[in-house]
Design a protein around this ligand. Structure first.
Ligand code: NDP
Length: 449
């Protein structure tokens, strides 16, 4: 476990006390505060206790009831959340997650991470996050629509293109964004395209948004390996999850010549030594909304499925956790290191436990934290906002070109910041300090608000 600068300890104590029981938020706040020691040592003007405390306290937290009627005419009640964490750099921006594990602590950790991630993109966006404990699995299309409409019936009061711009996350893709946008449009009687991102192309979405998070993660991995003079081509790669981020991380890694041999969902994982057939994964996940276990019977020989278990037992040189928080623990990290992993990049938010991160660092494995490696999604969401504001629609090549450039800039910022503060090669320190400095500078300019 890393140590925290003694001047920052009281701030962490306040966070722990004020947000009792919110383990994931504690974890995210501790990681950032642990990284800030070198900044306040080198540039004492950044040790503004009240400012750092304000960074750890959301500007606004909204919790609301979401009633909806299922296909059996039964009333169901879920809980909705939106945490508007920090708007020093621009309107709050961050996704909406529908998953039964969602609670205020999860949304707060995600919102907190988002603040620094968005700052790293260099684009004018603040940080926020939202969601519900609604479980979309097994729900009919009409149930999904009724839930999204009820969720937006409350949320619409709190968002707007200059206020707060949600997008998708776990359980929320183009279908859900469409139902929410439709309800927002009806309630407000205005076609405010920039109020949500991750929209479908047919009514104001951006090309390359769907691909952006996964593509961006792969670009970041390539940049880390470039520094070491190593090529992605020919490397064995394991990607957890088989949702939006995982699918497009696999696609880009494959286009770089990497060989993806395993992917998963919450039921288990598939190993395909011939290389994962991505068209088949897309067919199962994007079209049929099925389970990854179906892969084996559809693909035939040469692959197998393991129920449960840990995908990190599969030997690889590049590991991309792209499913959910704390899915890769110390045991998994040890196995990966023993099996010769050279690079790990977080496509998901905080998928590696602190123990796992420590192990990667001490084994000199290249490690990219989510707030840097998965920032391509929100960056392209900001590009979607730009297109909406100018009533424009860019080509795929132009949008992906901007994404590639932004990811290269994020990599450079993290790399150079880590060197500047005496932690060369430590992308966690680099990302946290680079993001913090941008947010802190803007907050200081705005005064105590
Ligand atoms: P999806 O809902 O599209 O996919 C999530 C995938 O992760 C599914 O394969 C899902 O399996 C699996 N999964 C979810 N929860 C668990 C769990 N508790 N245990 C094991 N597997 C699980 O979500 P995304 O791909 O959009 O998001 C994945 C991660 O990336 C999240 O951490 C998200 O916050 C992060 N992220 C997403 C961005 C985006 O643009 N979408 C941007 C930046 C970060 P199953 O279907 O069985 O539940």
């Amino acid at each position: 476990m890393n140590t925290i600068n003694e001047k920052l300890q009281p701030i962490l104590n306040t966070v722990l006390h004020r947000n009792a029981g919110e383990a994931e938020f504690h974890q995210a706040a501790r990681e950032v505060l642990e990284s800030l020691g070198p900044v306040i040592a080198k540039k004492p003007e950044y040790f503004d206790e009240a400012l750092i405390e304000r960074i750890c306290e959301p500007e606004r937290q909204i919790i609301f009831r979401v009633p909806w009627i299922d296909d059996n005419n039964q009333v169901q009640i879920n809980r909705g959340f939106r945490v508007q964490f920090n708007s020093a750099l621009g309107p709050y921006k961050g996704g909406i997650r529908f998953h039964p594990t969602v609670n205020i602590g999860i949304i707060k950790f995600l919102g907190f991470e988002q603040v620094f991630k968005n700052a790293l993109t260099g684009l004018p966006i603040g940080g926020g996050k939202g969601g519900s404990d609604f479980d979309p699995k097994g729900k009919s299309d009409h149930e999904i629509m009724r839930f999204c409409q009820s969720f937006m019936t409350e949320l619409h009061r709190h968002i707007g293109e200059y206020v707060d711009v949600p997008a998708g996350d776990i359980g929320v893709g183009a279908r859900e964004v469409g139902y929410m946008f439709g309800m927002y449009k009806r309630l407000n009687n205005r076609f405010e395209a920039g109020v949500l991102t991750g929209k479908s192309l047919v009514y104001g979405g951006s090309r390359a948004r769907k691909e952006a998070t996964g593509f961006g993660t792969a670009y970041f991995v390539r940049s880390m390996l470039d520094v070491k003079g190593v090529d992605v081509a020919g490397k064995r790669c394991v990607v957890s999850g088989s949702g939006n981020v995982a699918i497009y991380a696999m696609e880009k890694i494959m286009s770089f010549g990497g060989k993806v041999v395993a992917c998963s969902d919450s039921g288990g994982y598939v190993v395909d030594e011939n290389g994962i057939d991505l068209d088949l994964v897309k067919q199962i996940k994007e079209v049929r909304r099925g389970r990854i276990s179906e892969y084996v019977e559809l693909r035939g020989d040469g692959c197998h499925y393991i129920t449960g278990g840990s995908i990190w037992d599969v030997p690889c040189e590049i590991a991309l956790p792209c499913a959910t928080q704390n899915e890769l623990n110390g045991r998994d990290a040890k196995t990966l290191v023993e099996n010769g992993v050279i690079a790990v990049a977080e496509g998901a938010n905080m998928p590696c436990t602190p123990e796992a991160v420590d192990l990667f660092e001490s084994a000199k494995v290249l490690f990219a934290p989510g707030k840097a490696a998965n920032a391509g999604g929100v960056a392209t969401s900001a590009l979607e906002m730009q297109q909406n504001a100018s009533r424009d629609s860019w080509s795929f090549a132009k949008t992906e070109g901007r994404l590639e450039e932004i990811m290269a800039n994020i990599h450079t910022a993290c790399h150079e910041t880590a060197e500047e503060y005496g932690a060369p090669g430590n992308y966690v320190v680099g990302a946290n300090i680079a993001g913090f400095v941008r947010v802190a500078d803007a907050m200081r300019a705005l005064g105590v608000i």
